[in-house]
Write a protein that binds this ligand. Structure first.
Ligand code: NAD
Length: 353
């Protein structure tokens, strides 16, 4: 058997593929378009490993997805592929509608066709796992209880609206066609291989370069943060044991204001790589807030704990230390991402892709 992973060259997808193959010999077929966010360098350790089959392609390409399903006959699809950056969605929402909505629709239809050809135990075991975000629930006031799975959808950005639409498609394909789907809605991830446009890696990379650390508005926007490896273990738990048609919220029980995250990163860097010019927090620079910036997200992750026994293994203190240490050790990865030269490595090792 095998699983089909979409977006497995991105931040969470590549962590998931590495994690999966570290724990099991079940092959992964990895379909990824290699947009700016897809970096096969993350999977360099799998070079030559027959358990990882990489296919560069678009989830909107129905013929390609049909062919992959017919050829590899996976027992599950784990769907990460998306346009994922809120700021980019504000400046250019089109790609988000195409990949996140049309792409999910295409995958669901292809999966439905494939699933209908299965019989008996194979049909019963098949899963379509949709990976989504807590941002679909919208913004919480400071004292409001955290998002449960029954919280109304109130997406506020083009990104979260497109993910909300995709969640609804997945739900409808279960309700209407009986497709065996599960959905996870997770809070902000952090950890290795995070593209340095996102808050935590941006702060680390800019601080080390002596550049300003841009903080939106008053920096008091609150997010829940989860170490990426814990997200991967939650997905495995839901994929293997989650109830069909259900959604599970995944979070780290770790709400933090953005400005506090930045100060924690600065303090760790002060400890691990002190700057002779002074504490890194001197570089914090408040910038004009993002339009429509949600004030607070918080995840109530009791359902996944109650039903599946999942809890994060890392605390924020342990996870953020690992993350900062990883970026300090992997200056080569950061330099390649910043210069774009990781694409040369991909061309050499994956035949011009
Ligand atoms: P990412 O932007 O790092 O990676 C996305 C991957 O999808 C890239 O490898 C990209 O090349 C690929 N891709 C984009 N368009 C494609 C297309 N049309 N066809 C095939 N591949 C395509 O994203 P991420 O942060 O790893 O997020 C993965 C998933 O998890 C997304 O669905 C996102 O909504 C969700 N999520 C992310 C977070 C987070 O904090 N990063 C939190 C909760 C949920």
């Amino acid at each position: 058997m095998s699983i089909l992973v979409t977006g497995g060259a991105g931040f969470i997808g590549s962590n998931f593929v590495l994690d999966w193959l570290a724990q099991s010999d079940e092959p992964v077929v990895n379909l990824d378009a290699l947009t700016y966010a897809g970096n096969l360098r993350n999977l360099a350790s799998l070079q030559g490993d027959a358990r990882h089959v990489f296919v560069q392609g678009d989830i909107c390409d129905r013929a390609l997805v049909d062919r992959l399903l017919a050829t590899h006959r996976p027992r599950a699809i784990v769907h990460f592929a998306a346009e994922s950056h809120v700021d980019r969605s504000i400046h250019g929402p089109g790609a988000f509608m195409r990949t996140n909505i049309d792409g999910t629709f295409t995958l669901l239809e292809a999966a439905r066709g494939f699933w209908s050809t299965l019989e008996g135990a194979d049909k019963a075991a098949f899963r379509f796992h949709h990976v989504s975000t807590d941002e679909v629930y919208g913004s919480l006031s400071p004292a409001a209880p955290a998002f449960t799975e029954t919280h109304p959808y109130e997406p506020n950005s083009p990104y979260s609206a497109s993910k909300a639409a995709s969640d609804h498609l997945v739900r409808a394909w279960h309700h209407t066609y009986g497709m065996p789907v599960v959905t996870t809605n997770c809070s902000n991830n952090y950890g290795p291989y995070h593209f340095p446009e996102k808050l935590i890696p941006l702060m680390i990379v800019n601080a080390l370069a002596g550049k300003p650390l841009p903080v939106y508005g008053d920096g008091q926007q609150v997010r829940d943060w989860l170490y990426v490896k814990d997200h991967c273990s939650a997905i495995r738990a839901v994929l293997e044991r989650g109830r069909l048609g259900e959604t599970y919220n995944v979070g780290g029980w770790n709400e933090q204001a953005n400005i506090d995250i930045v100060k924690i990163v600065c303090a760790l860097l002060d400890e691990l790589r002190p700057d002779p010019a002074g504490p890194y927090a001197r570089l914090i620079t408040y910038v004009t807030d993002r339009p429509g910036h949600d004030r607070r997200y918080a995840i109530d992750a009791r359902k996944i704990e109650r039903e599946l026994g999942w809890r994060p293994a890392e605390t924020f203190a342990s996870g953020i230390r690992k993350t900062v240490e990883w970026y300090l050790a992997r200056g080569d990865w950061v330099a390649e991402v910043q210069s774009g030269s990781y694409r040369d490595w991909v061309a050499q090792n994956y035949g011009g892709r």
